[in-house]
Design a protein around this ligand. Structure first.
Ligand SMILES: *Cc1c(COP(=O)(O)O)cnc(C)c1O
Length: 350
């Protein structure tokens, strides 16, 4: 039997991928020119599925990029005039702040503890952008929609909000109206092979791009937007993944159903963890936990991973500061309910 990867990205992909890859090949889509009408139709179809399945507002633009890391770079490069404020409690949020600073933007760091809410009262009036990581993949925390709503209400008129939704988009319900610059890679909750990123931006973000007029990079924001509006890209894109995104979204349920399914699994898992004396959540406040990345404290992560591996289950290492005392388990939609059930049975017998 094949191993099941619970690693939080790259992770288990949709089981339909092999046959969809063959479909893409058979249809000739993998050989089309990215300026052709065949590609433009595919781009439109894929984005339309995103809009309908994930409730992306009609006036937001969807842009294909290569990764979340690229989106980290585009924001300071093309959309920030001077200052960016970063709220973070883990390694991905910190890396984003670090990259922004390296690109010459002034960075205000607003770290917070994994067991605390994002400090919405610390908005700095100097910041052009308020940057938030929706699900922090390194520690399994989540900034939920109520907190984001609070940040949205408190921001000053000149401030825009950016959200790294990499371990959230496709797994949990998002309210896109609450931010201006959303992005994700497709190898987490979207259950695809790595190599495609999505950037979803508000009219205000586009206005900011026009105001700054930055055009000196291959991925300058305005260049990306202008091509995306023609259903094209100016570089040669990952056509296979755009195709797979379209087909998997079209075959899947709306986001409300997926969100419920992931949260129900967490509730079941929680009762197992509570009755097991040796494992505990890293994050004690349940309302701060991400439904998509389960992070558990254990005195011996190595031993736990080896035991899982002997049952053909790959658990994720801890990350950054939590490397030595946690394991991470992806609860992404592409993971079948049966595989998750097998994992839970294994957990309940530990
Ligand atoms: C995985 C991840 C990234 C980086 O994604 P890449 O595809 O490697 O660019 C960024 N942010 C978060 C929250 C992630 O989980």
């Amino acid at each position: 039997m094949k191993q099941t990867s619970f690693y939080p990205g790259p992770s288990t992909i949709h089981p339909s991928i092999p046959s969809l890859v063959k479909d893409a090949y058979d249809k000739g889509i993998l050989s089309v020119n990215h300026r052709s009408s065949d590609f433009m139709e595919l781009s439109f179809a894929s984005k339309s599925q995103l809009r309908s399945q994930l409730n992306v507002p009609d006036d937001y633009d969807i842009i294909f990029i290569s990764s979340a890391t690229e989106a980290w770079e585009i924001l300071p490069q093309s959309l920030t005039s001077k200052t960016s404020q970063h709220f973070f409690n883990g390694a991905f949020g910190l890396k984003w702040a670090y990259m922004t600073k390296n690109l010459g933007v002034e960075v205000i760091k607003s770290p917070f503890d994994v067991n605390e809410y994002l400090p919405v009262d610390q908005i700095n009036s100097l910041a052009d952008w308020l940057c938030v990581t929706a699900c922090e993949t390194s520690n399994g925390t989540m900034v939920d929609l109520n907190v984001l709503q609070e940040l949205f209400s408190r921001r000053l008129p000149h401030q825009l909000i950016a959200v790294d939704a990499t371990s959230a988009l496709g797994g949990v319900i998002l309210n896109f109206q609450l931010a201006d610059y959303w992005f994700a890679s497709c190898q987490k909750c979207l259950g695809l092979p790595a190599g495609l990123g999505l950037l979803i931006v508000s009219p205000a973000a586009i206005e900011r791009g026009r105001l700054l007029g930055e055009r000196s990079h291959y991925n300058s924001f305005l260049n990306l937007v202008e091509h995306a509006r023609k259903e094209q890209t100016h570089y040669t894109p990952n056509v296979l993944n755009i195709y797979l995104l379209w087909r998997t979204l079209a075959a899947g349920p709306p986001i409300v159903v997926t969100d419920r399914r992931l949260r129900d699994r967490i509730v079941d898992l929680n009762s197992i963890i509570e009755s097991n004396g040796t494992l505990d959540w890293l994050v004690s406040n349940a309302s701060l936990r991400s439904p998509t990345v389960i992070t558990l404290k254990t005195s011996d992560p190595m031993e736990l991973k080896e035991r899982a591996l002997s049952q053909k289950m790959i658990l994720g290492n801890g990350y950054g500061a939590w490397k030595e005392n946690t394991v991470r388990i992806a609860n992404f939609p592409a993971m079948g309910d049966i595989q998750f059930q097998i994992f839970m049975e294994w957990m309940s017998n530990l």
